[in-house]
Design a protein around this ligand. Structure first.
Ligand code: GN1
Ligand code: MG
Length: 360
């Protein structure tokens, strides 16, 4: 707490602090809630930015400032109320910056959004609201004047992720390749098909747009009625194919099990969630989507379990250096669960296509 106190003291926060305690279940940054002595004050969120992952903190924070300022402006134009619950508010330091470096770690503070809920899974109704929210998010950011940088270069570039996997396999630093031969061959069989996005982009057929790029369910704040208040975790907002936001939400929300479920019988791709999310997303986004983007939404739905499987497998082979793990085999358990989800999603592709056409 003392150490936290001194970090927090560099930011312009109001009131006296009561307590600072861990918040959320993110796999990258460390997040804490700051409660105030005045129980009615919303308080703040303190985060230690993972500097290994986000190497350019200056760019990271500039992106988030640009995005939140732009969304706030759009919400005001739309006549929205309750703005502090609908867009993140960054707290500045004494010198006017939106982060603080204590000599080793980078820290930032945001206003805590009160009376908001996060979920690890959602029902079809909430998925519909989430679909609309991500469609609107992309629509609002379509005319952002600032250039949004790639905070993690090639973040959702499938070809690059496969290269990283190949690299990990050839180094085999943790001597784990022998354990994962089956998954490597299943991944290899699909590799060319899964790089379709990069292929289309290279041919000049598929645009990049400013996307959220980490739309897993627990990055959305819902209000008491299930309406989406706000999309959080803006670190990865960057230009990419719209497939990122569509696919990563479904990877988390349409999974009937957990991302790291040890019981693979729990893991299946839920088509009801797919249907309601797609309906909401297309209502908000069909006005600006190109035919090539719409035609490939079913590809997006399988791409993300696949990409996540590749990323978890790479980390497992590298000896668990990227994702937080809770036990030694955790990344391998995640690989298995994502692969099961992929197989289930693949079986539903024809049905997905029908549903997409229904909501056009
Ligand atoms: C990470 O930070 P968090 O936990 O919301 C990761 C995502 C993965 C996700 C898997 C910067 O998200 O890309 O999809 O874990 N974020 C980064 O749960 O790598
Ligand atoms: Mg998160």
């Amino acid at each position: 707490m003392n150490n936290f106190q001194s970090i927090v003291s560099h930011f312009k926060i109001e009131g006296k602090i009561q307590e600072i305690s861990p918040l959320g279940s993110g796999l990258i940054n460390d997040t804490y809630r700051i409660r105030m002595r005045d129980a009615d004050a919303p308080g703040y969120v303190l985060q230690r930015i993972n500097h290994d992952v986000f190497q350019n903190v200056e760019m990271l924070q500039a992106n988030i400032e640009a995005v939140t300022t732009h969304i706030r402006k759009k919400l005001i134009e739309q006549g929205a109320d309750d703005l502090d619950r609908k867009v993140l508010s960054l707290i500045r330091t004494e010198t006017g910056k939106s982060y603080w470096n204590d000599g080793q770690d980078y820290w930032r503070i945001m206003l805590f959004i009160p009376r908001a809920k996060t979920y690890e899974t959602v029902n079809p109704e909430y998925s519909y609201y989430a679909g609309r929210a991500f469609g609107n998010f992309q629509a609002m950011l379509a005319d952002i004047p600032e250039t949004i940088g790639e905070t993690i270069p090639n973040f959702h570039n499938m070809r690059f992720r496969l290269e990283q996997l190949n690299d990990a396999v050839s180094k085999d630093v943790a001597n784990r390749v022998k354990e994962v031969k089956y998954y490597l061959s299943e991944i290899g069989n699909r590799a060319e098909d899964m790089c379709k996005g990069e292929q289309l982009h290279q041919e000049g057929l598929l645009p990049k747009r400013v996307c959220h790029c980490d739309t897993k369910v627990n990055n959305i704040l819902f209000d008491e009625k299930g309406q989406v208040l706000c999309v959080i975790d803006l670190d990865t907002v960057m230009p990419n194919y719209i497939f990122s936001d569509f696919g990563d939400f479904l990877r988390s929300a349409a999974n009937t099990g957990a991302e790291d479920d040890e019981n693979l019988d729990n893991v299946n791709f839920n088509m009801e969630i797919f249907g309601s999310f797609t309906k909401g997303y297309l209502e908000a986004a069909r006005g600006f989507l190109l035919p090539v983007e719409i035609e490939n939404l079913s590809y997006a739905a399988i791409l993300f379990p696949y990409m996540q499987c590749v990323r978890f497998l790479t980390d497992f082979i590298n000896g668990d250096i990227y994702y937080k793990i809770k036990y030694p085999e955790h990344n391998l358990v995640r690989v298995k669960a994502q692969f099961k989800l992929l197989q289930s999603a693949e079986r539903h592709i024809p049905e997905m296509k029908k549903i997409i056409n229904l909501y056009l």
